[in-house]
Design a protein around this ligand. Structure first.
Ligand SMILES: Cc1cc2nc3c(=O)[nH]c(=O)nc-3n(C[C@H](O)[C@H](O)[C@H](O)COP(=O)(O)OP(=O)(O)OC[C@H]3O[C@@H](n4cnc5c(N)ncnc54)[C@H](O)[C@@H]3O)c2cc1C
Length: 407
């Protein structure tokens, strides 16, 4: 009998890791332990097409139903893992069973942060993460309730857009303009205009201190004591890595710390996806990303690393967001920047925003300009490109990259 590799978590990172282990020729046992009722699925549609009723749940599964059996991957659903026992090299499941491992992948993702305020347990107060909870919410949304979205981050903004698109009355409330923390004031202001133009009541500065209602939520209370009526509240105030089961041996900072080979401080234990805070040579720091693309590609890299592959994982980070008719694609990672240079096209609303620090392009986002993605990616990490050239849409982006590097 060969070795047993256990993967804890049933999301994209877990599925990709299992797939790449088999693809790389690992012949031992692969056991995936996930606490949800469905096989790994895509979460992004939960705030977009699925929420608007344009997709059915069956269409968001990440791998064909027979994939796991065909590849001899033991996928155990509804199996929460409660504890890691390093002395026995095993994990303890909620049903009391232990799963012994030779190598372990931590792929437990992240869970929504709670507001921790009175009334949070009322019916009609929702957090957005899982498919099973989604179905009830979607049915309610399609009956056009008044909906309050708490949080102006990506998920909150996408939910607000989707809810407006299906005809709900929507209030979007948060401490700052839409996605301002990640995209900066310039792009946030564009999104604010777009939400308002689509009929969203945007309440920047509204701080929900209480959900009120007898059984179901009927209103929220603001910090100034005023009340706002609603039939549904959706809370999107960020996520925290799901690490409660790990104990104290595996080093954790913003997530499970790993090197560029997805290895934790404990030999034979790896981490990938939303739960991992990984060393990125190109960024010269550890980062924890909450991006679908990262969960898939880092999961695959972790699988290869578990099988002994020493190719370091260091791609340019990428995510996207869809709201109304605006498709955003973001490359790189700018946590702070000196300036944002906008490249606009005359006659339409599409644009590219470049985020620069110390003359280096740290990140860029495109709004409805996915055709420029390849060349925009090549500008990430590049220093010395002039602001004027970046801004001038008459000048081809390709010309900003030395021909010798453009292969
Ligand atoms: C509504 C929504 C919209 C999104 N939209 C976008 C988007 O537009 N673009 C983008 O790039 N990204 C988007 N994301 C983020 C993206 O979905 C995540 O980055 C991705 O799902 C992370 O995958 P993961 O496998 O690391 O973690 P997860 O998908 O969180 O999977 C982890 C799994 O492990 C399970 N688990 C946790 N603890 C345990 C335990 N102790 N035992 C067993 N199982 C456990 C969890 O229940 C879950 O099934 C969105 C996320 C959400 C929620």
């Amino acid at each position: 009998m060969g070795e047993t590799y256990v993967i804890v978590g049933g999301g994209g990172a877990a599925a990709s890791a299992a797939e790449s282990l088999r693809g790389d020729g690992f012949g031992g046992r692969i056991v995936v332990l996930g606490d949800e009722t469905e096989a790994p699925y895509e979460r992004p549609p939960l705030s977009k097409t699925l929420l608007r009723g344009e997709l059915e749940p069956a269409s968001v599964v990440l791998r064909a139903p027979d994939f796991y059996e065909k590849n001899q991957i033991e996928l155990l659903l509804k199996t929460p893992v409660l504890e890691l026992d390093l002395s026995k090299r095993s994990v303890r499941c909620a049903d009391g069973q232990d799963a012994r491992f030779d190598k372990l992948l931590i792929a437990t993702g992240a869970s929504p942060r709670r507001l921790g305020i009175p009334g949070e347990q009322l019916c009609g107060v929702h957090y957005l993460r899982t498919l099973d909870a989604h179905l009830a919410r979607r049915a309610k949304l399609l009956s056009h309730p008044r909906i309050l979205v708490v949080g102006t981050g990506f998920i909150g903004c996408e939910v607000a857009a989707s809810a407006r698109q299906v005809g709900c009355e929507v209030t979007l409330a948060g401490p700052s303009l839409p996605m301002e923390h990640a995209l900066g004031k310039e792009i946030a202001a564009l999104y604010a205009d777009r939400h308002i133009a689509n009929g969203v009541s945007l309440r920047v500065g509204l701080t929900v201190t209480e959900f009120r209602g007898s059984r179901a939520v009927e209103a929220v209370r603001d910090s100034d004591g005023s009340e706002l009526a609603c039939d549904i509240a959706v809370v999107g105030v960020g996520v925290a890595p799901a690490i409660g089961w790990l104990g104290s041996h595996v080093v954790v900072s913003d997530g499970v710390d790993t090197d560029e080979l997805c290895r934790t401080n404990v030999a034979g234990i790896f981490a990938a996806g939303d739960v991992a805070c990984s060393w990125r040579p190109r960024l010269k720091r550890r980062v924890r990303l909450e991006h679908f693309d990262n969960s898939e590609s880092q999961g695959a890299a972790a699988g290869r690393a578990m099988h002994g592959n020493t190719h370091r994982y260091d791609p340019i980070p990428f995510f996207w967001s869809d709201q109304y008719d605006v498709s955003l694609q973001y490359y790189g990672l700018a946590r702070d920047w000196d300036r944002v240079v906008l490249r606009r096209r005359v006659g339409d609303e599409s644009l590219i925003a470049f985020y620069l620090k110390d003359a280096c392009v740290e990140a860029a986002c495109t709004l409805n300009r996915s055709q420029d993605a390849n060349v925009v990616k090549r500008l990430i990490g590049r220093s010395g490109v002039s602001d004027a050239d970046l801004a001038d849409d008459a000048k081809s982006l390709k010309s900003l990259i030395p021909a010798s590097e453009y292969v």
